[in-house]
Write a protein that binds this ligand. Sequence first.
Ligand SMILES: O=C(O)C(=O)C[C@]1(C(=O)O)C=C[C@@H](O)C=C1
Length: 270
Amino acid sequence: MKVAIQGIKGSYHHQVTNLLYEKADLLECSTFDQVAQAVASGVVDKAVMAIGNSIAGSILPNYTLIRQNQIYITAEYYLDISHQLMALPGQKIEDIKEVQSHPMALLQCRNYFQGYPEVKLVETNDTAAAAYRIHRDGKKGVAAIASDTAAQLYELDIIASDLQDVANNSTRFVVVEREPNYVDDANKATINFTTSHEPGTLARILTIFGAQRINLSKIQSIPVIEKPFVFSFVADLELEDLEQFLKAKQQIRPYVEQLDILGIYKNASL
Ligand SMILES: O=C(O)C(=O)C[C@]1(C(=O)O)C=C[C@@H](O)C=C1
């Protein structure tokens, strides 16, 4: 099975892919746009995509990519994330002038670096790429924030452990595919909708979900990039059965201007 990820071997995306699929044939992409396009064009069977983190929040552009590329969420996975600071063997924390990592990883370790204001923080494509480049170029004075796996893979020493602001740090990943591919035990739906600007419209929609006993585990407004300063909502709905969802979908029709079902899938535990 061919699976696209944003990042290279040793990234958290790679870890999730290994946990979900045995012997996946990996397509390493440098951007989430490339990942979504690889799925939409059928170059890969699936992609694994980070969609949010418990410290740093949602990766909102990925919802837009899923909608615009007309691809679907078919599964989700929560990965516990523990960030390590790594550098060339022999380097000590006092030697480090610059730290490189993925922007989401840097955001998750903000408190730690408040203690090192002189250290320059530099964003990279992914955590593992930062580790790889230090190894490849023999870069002294530079450290990467990445996983234990990346340290092993790129032969770096861990010079500080568990850098994230709180020990309990989790990233939610979704699997995306070209077709909706519903599973029989699906119990979660992700939707994206826009409402009219009539007062009370959103409240009406939420009341319908409540009456159908559908719990919203998330609701967030995201920009409609085609229309400046117009916002839509993404919501994760917890379902008892599909029938309930279809009924609610029918009932909210008069109140939504646009409704996209980004996926109906089986939930995962935290
Ligand atoms: O850079 C990586 O290793 C990734 O897999 C990316 C990513 C993200 O996009 O959020 C995944 C998990 C962590 O939250 C930090 C970075």
